[in-house]
Design a protein around this ligand. Structure first.
Ligand code: NAP
Length: 348
């Protein structure tokens, strides 16, 4: 069976594409990603990066308030069990993603919980190989695979992954090893502040290790870091080595000053990386044109067209600039409309 449109990815861009293409009677098929240990470690499980965050305070339509009654009847019960306790802060990332997924399902979207591992864009219909080995055919494809957290690439960081080194405070922050102990967050952007702020609920102190003398984070987030008595920013500092042992995992960090001087050791039981993201475009094996930074290249201003006619891209996999939930959802909507018009023009 040849699909009209296959959507790869299950973040805001993927679900917005699905909602719009389902309502346009394109019967979209979404590959939401496989649930594997490899994807968990890489931060590429279904529902994307928002499922790894806490409160989402800037997604229009979700002001602070108690959403529990709404969530209780909007989301299927088996999905609700996975959610955080009701919050007065508005929607959490996982809640927002479950709401989007549910909305796509409500309009008839079909979902397969596998990755797409290879693509053939030389034929029409296109052929996509899934992680279960099956090949799927589709006239149009929307790539919305998002981005994943970066690591520094230190051998010691790799050694202690899962044993104190993490890139997701929400996933791992509540573990006993992090409670009432000093922790480190590397980075100076919004994600670093968000991680540090979240961890400060559990930790005794959170050191933010930042390589410059000024945060990259937005003003409101930077103020949040400065106002939090448990967060201590270590300016002009880089992480040289994660210290630890086989029995305890992470026990400390060795820090270098960018201004010279001796290295400093801080005792910490956890190190959280928040140093930006890499787009999840490797599975395309360069069969779409990429930018210098390896994001999918949008080939026409204000359109979601890619270098292959009939393949559209949406969200963080193509956007290294805005990278917000709302812009990802917006470009997902655009991709669905672009795909719908392209299919109609081709008579498909
Ligand atoms: P980001 O804004 O790119 O910040 C990355 C941080 O990591 C920067 O401070 C950078 O330092 C540092 N860094 C990068 N490579 C490094 C290296 N090799 N060694 C040491 N430090 C390194 O990424 P982000 O914080 O993940 O944010 C991504 C996007 O999501 C942004 O658009 C952000 O606004 C958005 N976001 C928003 C919210 C929110 O509004 N609540 C929350 C999270 C994310 P330099 O500053 O020196 O470059």
């Amino acid at each position: 069976m040849t699909e009209k449109v296959i959507i790869i990815g299950s973040g805001p861009a993927g679900w917005a594409s699905a909602i719009y293409s389902a309502r346009a009677a394109l019967q979209p098929l979404v590959f939401e990603g496989a649930i594997t240990e490899e994807n968990r470690l890489a931060g590429t499980l279904p529902l994307g990066q928002l499922a790894l965050t806490t409160e989402v305070e800037n997604y229009p339509g979700f002001p602070a308030g108690d959403l529990s009654a709404y969530l209780a009847n909007a989301i299927a019960e088996d999905k609700r069990r996975l959610m955080a306790p009701p919050s007065k802060e508005g929607a959490t990332g996982p809640e927002l993603m479950e709401l989007m997924r549910q909305q796509a399902v409500n309009f008839g979207t079909r979902i397969i919980t596998e990755d797409i591992v290879d693509v053939d864009f030389n034929t029409q219909p296109f052929k996509l190989t899934a992680s279960d080995g099956k090949i799927y055919e589709s006239h149009a494809v929307i790539v919305a695979t998002g981005a994943r957290a970066n690591y520094l690439g230190l051998p010691s960081e790799e050694k202690y992954k899962n044993r104190g080194v993490s890139a997701c405070a929400v996933c791992d922050g509540a573990l006993p090893r992090f409670r009432n102990r000093p922790l480190a967050v590397v980075g100076g952007g919004d994600s670093a502040v968000e991680e540090a702020d979240y961890l400060s609920k559990f930790a005794s102190t959170v050191y933010m290790i930042h390589r410059r003398d000024q945060l990259r984070a937005s003003k409101i987030m930077a103020k949040r870091a400065m106002d939090n008595p448990k967060i201590q920013v270590l300016w002009n500092t880089t992480l040289a080595e994660v210290l630890g042992n086989d029995k305890d995992g992470v026990t400390g960090v060795r820090l270098q000053s960018t201004a010279g001087g001796p290295d400093v050791v801080k005792d910490v039981t956890g190190v959280f990386m928040a140093i930006g993201h890499t787009p999840n475009a490797a599975f395309l094996k360069n069969k779409l044109a990429l930018t210098e930074k390896k994001y999918i290249r949008w080939t026409t201003p204000a359109r979601t067209y890619t270098s292959v006619e009939g393949v559209f891209a949406a969200g963080d996999v193509a956007d290294d600039y805005y990278r917000q939930a709302i812009t990802a959802a917006g470009s997902g909507c655009m991709a669905a409309l672009d795909a719908e018009r392209w299919l109609a023009a081709k008579g498909l």
